[in-house]
Design a protein around this ligand. Structure first.
Ligand code: HEM
Length: 237
């Protein structure tokens, strides 16, 4: 019996995916506008989110359904630790902070793990399939935009997955093979839409940071130009 959960998730989150792609922060990222401080905040949030998700997935490693998608080769906690050490330095643990949208995201993961663990499937799907899908493109953009050449992109590298496309096929097959009734599938799709929403809220928070950073940069450029201009004027007089 196939639950068709893979296509239910794909179809059921299509609109949310388009909306997430259209959040300013994501659009800027795709255009190569990536500001290091905003980006490292995102990496910091991801650290708390993936740590919570992976801890809760591991707790349910014997769960009849959740265990089917608990692929440890997807786990991102360690790669995020590497990236945080790169962006913040060795004492990153003292600096990294969880934003309020990130806090709500983590809280939800903990809550469902306790009350409805099968909904963890929605969170795994939303993050990991997304990472496997757009990861390589995003890695290239991050490298170019932030002039990275010796680190900072471990998050996008799945060392234990040699063929990401083939892995996604395997992941989707695992979703389809889950013996789930219609109502449970619906709850998982709803939760995946909420997970997309949680990601969007986090991106929107960062958009504020990014706009501020661009404003400061612009202000500095303009004031530098103006002061250079006045020197030139003074010289001319
Ligand atoms: C940066 C903008 C984004 C781009 C350009 C992008 C691009 C893509 C592409 C091309 C696919 C299709 C891959 C395939 O058919 O195998 C995909 C799938 C996916 N993306 Fe994104 N994506 C973006 C943002 C996001 C975000 C923000 C999330 C969630 C937080 C996300 C989650 C997913 C998921 C779950 C899938 C798998 C869909 C499925 O096959 O069921 N994506 N993405």
């Amino acid at each position: 019996m196939s639950s068709n959960l893979a296509s239910k998730l794909r179809v059921g989150t299509k609109k949310a995916h388009t909306m997430a792609e259209n959040v300013g922060f994501v659009k800027c990222f795709l255009k190569g506008v990536v500001e290091k401080n905003s980006y490292r905040k995102l990496v910091g949030n991801f650290y708390f989110i993936y740590s919570a998700m992976e801890e809760e997935l591991a707790k349910h490693h014997n769960h009849p359904i959740v265990s089917k998608i608990n692929f440890t080769e997807l786990y991102r906690k360690q790669s995020l630790e590497q990236d945080l050490a790169f962006y913040y330095g060795a004492n990153w643990r003292e600096q990294v902070q969880l934003s309020s949208a990130g806090e709500a995201y983590v809280k939800r993961i903990r809550e469902i793990s306790e009350q409805e663990p099968e909904l963890l499937i929605a969170h795994s799907y939303t993050r990991y399939l997304g990472d496997l899908s757009g990861g390589q493109i995003l890695k290239g953009i991050a490298e170019t935009a932030m002039n990275l050449n010796d680190g900072g992109t471990a998050f996008y590298e799945f060392a234990d997955i040699s063929d990401e496309k083939a892995f996604k096929v395997k992941y989707r097959a695992a979703l389809d093979e889950m013996p789930l009734d219609e109502a449970t599938c619906d709850r998982i799709v709803n939760e995946a839409n909420d997970a997309f929403g949680a990601n969007m809220k986090m991106f929107q928070e960062l958009e504020g940071n990014l706009i501020k950073a661009i404003g400061v940069m612009l202000y500095n450029t303009l004031t530098r130009r103006r002061s250079r201009g006045s020197t030139e004027l003074a010289t001319a007089e």
